[in-house]
Design a protein around this ligand. Structure first.
Ligand SMILES: Nc1ncnc2c1ncn2[C@@H]1O[C@H](COP(=O)(O)OP(=O)(O)OP(=O)(O)O)[C@@H](O)[C@H]1O
Length: 225
């Protein structure tokens, strides 16, 4: 009833060069508050397409997406922007950090945009960054940080506004295996500590097994492996 995410009958196809590919063929998925779900599937199976739909980043879908009880299809552009800002956090494979701002500022900005005052936004940014081991890198810009450090910064930014649901697309996909393990463990610890739910796309079964539940995209539908 109070699921943070409920997707029902979601379909999406792309037409290119006269050929239509049905990427999502009726996806059903429910995520409970605080639950961390791994979205497993090989390259090209539609994981990013599904996350973009749930992230309200793209149109062109049929079916129902309810986030925190709100049906996305019934919202206009402003409503979707508000829901995205209030309920969702995003972690991408390639960080999408603001290159001209330092670590603190990258985590402060989304909070200030949402109306937080500067002092509390800064305190929370420092708390999140420190709990990810970046307490000594607060004034560094993304280009002055390693790949693992940049991804920790992206995790802190995604959690800045205490989202009920974090969407992560291959969050450790461009890190070496050891760093990926460490950053994923920190991500999971922080998400659990914050009580957020998460939907985490990965093609890595070993990493998926560390989450609360695994769902697998197969031929456009979700199955339990
Ligand atoms: N804008 C688009 N136009 C045409 N085809 C697209 C578009 N976006 C995605 N596709 C196709 O949809 C399929 C699924 O892509 P998607 O990026 O969702 O897969 P994925 O599982 O996230 O893959 P990866 O792990 O490689 O990122 C692919 O075959 C892709 O070519």
């Amino acid at each position: 009833m109070n699921d943070i995410l409920k997707v029902a009958g979601l379909t999406r196809s792309f037409t290119q060069g006269g050929e239509t590919i049905e990427v999502l063929r009726g996806v059903d998925l429910t995520v409970a508050p605080g639950e961390i779900v791994a979205l497993l599937g090989p390259s090209g199976s539609g994981k990013s397409t599904l996350l973009q739909a749930v992230g309200l980043l793209e149109g062109g879908f049929d079916g129902s997406i309810r986030i925190a009880g709100e049906e996305a299809a019934r919202l206009d552009n402003d409503g979707r922007t508000r829901l995205r800002r209030d309920a969702l956090g995003f972690v991408y494979q390639f960080h999408h950090l603001l290159p001209d701002f330092n670590a603190t500022e990258n985590v402060v900005l989304p909070q200030v945009i949402r109306g937080a005052d500067m002092a509390s936004a800064q305190a929370r940014a420092q708390l999140l960054l420190s709990s990810l081991g970046l307490g000594h890198r607060l004034d560094h810009r993304p280009s002055q940080l390693s790949g693992g450090e940049q991804q920790r910064m992206a995790v802190a930014r995604a959690l800045a506004n205490r989202p009920a649901l974090v969407l992560a697309d291959e969050p450790t996909g461009n890190l070496d295996e050891r760093t990926a393990d460490v950053v994923l463990a920190e991500f999971l610890r922080l998400v659990r500590g914050e009580g957020s739910a998460a939907l985490v796309a990965t093609h890595n079964e070993r990493l998926a097994a560390k989450m609360d539940r695994v769902v697998q995209l197969q031929e456009g539908r979700l199955v339990s492996p």
